[in-house]
Design a protein around this ligand. Structure first.
Ligand SMILES: Nc1ncnc2c1ncn2[C@@H]1O[C@H](COP(=O)(O)OP(=O)(O)OP(=O)(O)O)[C@@H](O)[C@H]1O
Length: 304
């Protein structure tokens, strides 16, 4: 099946500032793609380019194999978009606003709007101007999901949501994916991305610095391992294992870092008597921070 999102050397400069540099990326049908990066990394720039809200300096973006500039009207029907700075008419009531947006999307059953509002604990009768930031964000989520678009493009979708509503949002993403819809979501919250994404791209200073499956990113993270043996420690054997570094031995306990697969370690331990074993399970947050440990000079290099 052809790609839903296809970016080729996509580049955007804002005057002398670099927003995005040579981004090559393909997202397939039904995939949940997490787009991670710190403030100012280029996430919103990428999303605005995808939707033709801004034009690339060079390179190109295709959605469903089509040019978002030339086929804007037909493409926008297939896309649910939640902007990072989602704004609507503040004088309207929530239900009124959503019905208006539903008509623009070619019609959505009222039951679908009500179901989403109930799940997100959003009052359809409330005036938008009276809503808190989190509740306004819920309006943004309902309008993005309600017409079951083929592609959901969500810019920081959980911003301002409380943890319970965040969980409901993750359920909506899982359901969309199970329904064959593609989700491209930006975030700086690794745990939420880890919970739903198939693949993750990490962007820093306008450049994609990592692109992998969640499972693979986790596997490439360094584990902290501590093994207590019921016999003398085979120091040389441990030190010789691929990926082992920082080995220290204290009595019958060995401590070290292990990069990559633990397979060789497990084989070695299987030949010995192990009294206790502890290995920290790396989460994406640790991986993420490894990629983020950029010094401030790195930020400066965003200038052309
Ligand atoms: N309209 C603009 N004019 C000038 N520079 C801009 C403009 N929009 C974005 N930039 C710059 O482009 C870079 C990327 O910004 P972008 O908004 O895409 O980041 P982001 O990853 O979405 O950040 P955040 O998490 O803060 O929303 C930043 O250096 C930003 O200052």
């Amino acid at each position: 099946m052809s790609a839903v999102i296809e970016l080729e050397k996509l580049t955007k400069t804002y005057g002398s500032r670099r927003g995005l540099v040579d981004l090559d990326l393909t997202v397939g049908p039904g995939e949940v793609f997490g787009y991670l990066g710190p403030n100012g990394a280029g996430k919103s720039t990428t999303i605005r380019l995808l939707l033709d809200l801004i034009r690339p300096t060079s390179g190109r973006a295709l959605l469903f194999g089509q040019d978002p500039r030339r086929q804007a009207v037909s493409l926008h029907r297939r896309v649910g978009y939640l902007a990072g700075d989602f704004v609507v008419n503040r004088r309207q009531r929530v239900g009124e606003c959503l019905r208006f947006l539903a008509r623009l999307r070619g019609g959505v059953p009222q039951a679908r709007i009500t179901e989403l509002a109930e799940r997100l604990d959003l009052d359809l009768a409330a005036r938008i101007r009276a809503l808190s930031k989190g509740n306004r964000q819920k309006v943004g989520l309902v309008q993005a999901f309600m017409h079951r678009p083929d592609l959901l493009i969500l810019d920081e979708p959980t911003s301002g949501l409380d943890p319970l509503v965040q969980q409901t949002f993750l359920d909506l993403v899982r359901e969309a994916s199970a329904n064959g819809q593609t989700v491209f979501m930006s975030s700086h919250v690794m745990t939420e991305v880890e919970a739903v994404a198939d693949r993750v791209g990490i962007i820093r200073a306008g450049r994609l610095v990592a692109l992998d499956t969640v499972a693979q990113l986790r596997a490439s993270t360094v584990h902290d391992v501590q093994v207590t043996f019921a016999e003398a420690v085979d120091r040389a054997g441990l030190a010789a294992l691929p990926g082992v570094s920082g080995l220290t031995v204290d009595g019958s306990t060995a401590r070290f870092q292990l990069a990559g697969s633990p397979d060789d370690l497990i084989r070695l331990l299987a030949r010995q008597h192990v009294a206790a074993l502890r290995a920290t399970t790396p989460d994406l947050e640790q991986t993420f921070l490894t990629y983020y440990r950029a010094d401030s000079a790195d930020q400066e290099r965003t200038r052309v």
